[in-house]
Design a binder for this molecule. Sequence first.
Ligand code: 13P
Length: 283
Amino acid sequence: MPLTKMSPLLAKARNEKYAVGSFSVANMEMVLGVLKAVEETKSPAIIQIAEVRLKQSPLELIGPLMVAAAKNCSMPVAVHFDHGKTKEKIQQALDIGFTSVMFDGSHLPFEENAAVTSGIKKTASLYNADCEGEIGCVGGSEDGSEDIAVNCTSPEQAKEFYEKTCVDALAVAIGNAHGNYKQAPKLRFDILEKTAPLVKVPLVLHGGTGILPDDFRKCISLGINKINIATATFDSVQANVRKCYTEGAINGYYDLQAAEVEGAYLNAMKHIEIFGCAGKGIQ
Ligand code: 13P
């Protein structure tokens, strides 16, 4: 059960009240670490890369690697293009074989966001791929280059947006932000409570790094079924490499590589446990 679309993974998560981790990856070591955790825990998963990260990890190189890794995995894994900004890159991801794409029009006026997202949804459908949209605006930015303010989702706008676009998953803003929080955020659970019954598809929580385990669980109980984790992976890889150097465990390049894989693995293991998706990859 290798490469899959994200919609069946999220539909099962919605029925059984858990969330699927959507882990950002930047290189082969991170892909290997995440999928090691997935195999070990028998979880479904999504691996993703955001458009702003392509400066460091070109799509034509990392994309085929992600797709091949998902195909090799014994658990169901979707390959997702995160925070797509341009139609060209979204199209390229679909051509490479990504099974879902996000268009992030959260900075656009409502009607424009809905119109462009709807067009991307149609393009994705031609590839039998899924489409995620965003309504409201998650704070921060995916690569830390901008400090975008949170603009919390209006449940009524979420409903209208979903009806106009027919997206397969909808990212909401409830006080969450990308990157490390200065302090744990106070999430607006009331927004989730009102939005989930109005929108017929799974909701997505971005900015997963630094959200407290109990807050994750509460979000899941209120309709979040996909949780994006990026910074925590990068931090865990760095921390594990630093620790291994300090302990004298790195003697040559391949020890360094193993420490990177291990860092991504440890972070994925931690989140899989909190999200309640261990064992859910078995068909
Ligand atoms: P973090 O970097 O805060 O984990 O956010 C990840 C994310 O939402 C990617 O879309």
